[in-house]
Write a protein that binds this ligand. Structure first.
Ligand code: AMP
Length: 271
């Protein structure tokens, strides 16, 4: 596994390979990331993982400051996986300096779910994904369905500019059903037990929703109940179509999307 600290060394190392699989991450590597890496390793000749906590996608400074970082542990996990050929760990200026890119503006229909609650977040995500793709030039990018809206928007945006396929990978969960996430490192044991209760209840809600006439009205009642019962703040709980992310009143091709705060930590999931 070769560590690349800037785009000059990256370009030199990758130039000779054509079939490159790319797994962009913000570090704090967990089994969810490793599942993406395994997929890339199966489908591509070489696999490169990036670790970059992109300040531009944080709409809240405190959230950026508190985001878990442990590069030593990350490198150990990636190395142990034996599935990573290159790790790219750029500095901010390596990605953003001397490289003008068009300003990204979200269109109205995309200002839903996380885009509605995290102003500027996806503009920051799309900007960094544009730059990283430009630098790495992968044939495939592996992203998790855990961040479904992110994957949806990145795929739509990159399709116009690059000859790169964005491959969607399934959500990895703990035994207690909580989706793996770097932010889980910020949660206490009690928080994680509560997160598990919430996700299990949501799995039941997803089952029950079949019989409900007005599904999103039912979800707004469930949302209020959950907020009272678990003393949490839920930003959204919505059933949406996976192909266009429009609100849905059928369970076909639809997923239940949720974002909520647990002890000040924002968690998202979809089922
Ligand atoms: P992050 O480091 O949180 O930005 O995540 C990097 C990539 O890993 C994104 O494409 C995420 O969707 C994906 N990912 C995060 N958590 C999971 C999970 N539990 N299962 C599968 N993929 C995940």
């Amino acid at each position: 596994m070769k560590i690349l600290l800037n785009k000059t060394s990256l370009t030199e190392s990758l130039r000779q390979f054509r079939d490159i699989g790319f797994v962009p991450t913000m570090g704090s590597i967990h089994k969810g990331h490793l599942s993406l890496i395994r997929k890339s390793n199966q489908m591509c000749h070489k696999t490169i993982v990036s670790i970059f906590v992109n300040p531009k996608q944080f709409n809240n400074k405190k959230d950026f400051k508190n985001y878990p970082k442990d590069i030593k542990k990350d490198l150990k996990l990636l190395n142990q996986s034996k599935k990573v050929d290159f790790v790219y760990i750029p500095k901010f200026k390596d990605i953003f300096k001397n490289n003008k890119k068009p300003k990204i503006k979200m269109i109205k229909i995309d200002k839903i779910l996380c885009a509605k609650f995290r102003k500027g977040h996806f503009e920051g995500v799309l900007d960094v994904m544009d730059r990283l793709t430009d630098i790495v030039r992968p044939s495939k990018i592996f992203m998790g369905n855990k961040d479904f809206q992110q994957l949806f928007l990145v795929r739509k945006y990159l399709k116009r500019k690059y000859n790169t396929n964005v491959i969607a990978c399934k959500i990895l969960r703990e035994k207690n059903k909580v989706a793996l996430s770097s932010r889980n490192y910020l949660l206490s044991r009690e928080n994680l037990i509560l997160a598990s209760k919430i996700v299990r209840k949501l799995i039941n809600v997803k089952k029950n929703i079949k019989n409900k006439k007005n599904k999103n009205k039912y979800l707004s009642i469930v949302k209020n109940d959950f907020q009272k019962q678990f003393k949490i703040k839920i930003e959204y709980l919505e059933l949406r179509n996976v192909n266009n992310l429009k609100l849905s009143n059928t369970i076909n091709s639809s997923r239940l999307f949720v974002a909520y705060y647990l002890n000040g930590i924002r968690l998202i999931d979809n089922l």
